[in-house]
Design a protein around this ligand. Sequence first.
Ligand code: URA
Length: 435
Amino acid sequence: MVFTDIIEKKKNGLKLNQEELNFFIDGYVKGIIPDYQVSALLMAIVLKGMDEEETVALTSAMIDSGPRMDLSGIKGFKVDKHSTGGVGDDTTLLVAPLVAACGCKVAKMSGRGLGFTGGTLDKLESIPGFNVFFDNETFIKNVSKVGLSIIGQTQDLVPADKKLYALRDVTGTVQSLPLIASSIMSKKIAMGTDAVVLDVKTGNGALLPALKDSIKLADIMVRIGNAKGLKTAAVVTDMNQPLGNCIGNALSVEEAIHVLKDNIECDIKTVSLTLASKMLILGGICESDSEAMMMLEEKIASGQALVKLAQMIKNQGGDPNVVDDTSILPHAKEQISVCADSSGYVSEIITHEVGSAASLLGAGRMTKEDVIDPAVGIVIKKRLGDYVKKGEELAIFHVNDKKNFEEAVARFKKAYTISKVQPDELPLIYTVIEE
Ligand code: URA
């Protein structure tokens, strides 16, 4: 087989078969096919797309690029959760302890934030002592012991995705439905859990902003998962404004603890409980959403979910007292109000720009090599539909280093549209896709 023929075929909009996709993935992982040729194929895939059969075939080839995790040592139903990425998304910090408190085993590998999106690993690492790197044996032991563990992705889990994602990131080929679906589902299937619930974001802070694309992505991922023996459901959720009010790492941890501890009714709780209820249903713990919601509410009210979170933190080397005393978390030197320049309703928030503003303060990375500051970030004071008076606080910036402060403020203010007309309320949950 000749790789240029494969590039030509896709360039002409033709369908690639399993053999060709295996040749591509195998050759790339082994270093036989160079980055420049793979870049050409990736761009052809972005422009010409792939049908479902091809996407499944690409996912299979990627899964086979490395060994699968063997979680058979963990007794009970093993469940995972994945978000396609957003701004202010702390749901894993709620969902994982909640579902573990209900009796499922949560075995999760998470990623770091890049660009405007946040990452669970960075958030957890803001807890003093918290370790996200364990060998497989210890990970399995940890899940068995306390019912949940969240660690960084191991080097050998889907090596094809590691190489491809790094290349996509620098070649303008991230935003492609078949590439996103195969990237996410190859890792979820190779992870070896019994089920996964996907949180597919939609809106101006999502990877694929258009609702119809988000639904298509959710739909194909659910079909790939179920076809490969991984029970999969997806919830399409809103990302037309940050989820919750805190963007940053320690700030997100503090917010998640606050929601669990004080049982705050808010968007993060609604999305988290929706995802968690689907996990409990896939796990056979509950039969209906209403039963699952009742159980989850009880785990919050009784404090059992918070206890699970503390157990996980302790088990992974962190200070579990953080759930009672969030002053243990790093805090920024300065808190600076950012105020509205005019009066009116917040009618639009360009969410990815808000995420970028937080990254400029040091809460996220512009490149993979950047070092983040766990203490800094943004606490939002006005959300879509809120009325704001000129000079009133839109947000509080938590700042350590003023280097990019002015640029961050400018970006943040530009992200907010304030107008005379109150916008229609957007749904938080658009749809749920189950088999
Ligand atoms: N997250 C992934 O893991 N892969 C993608 O392609 C996009 C988001």
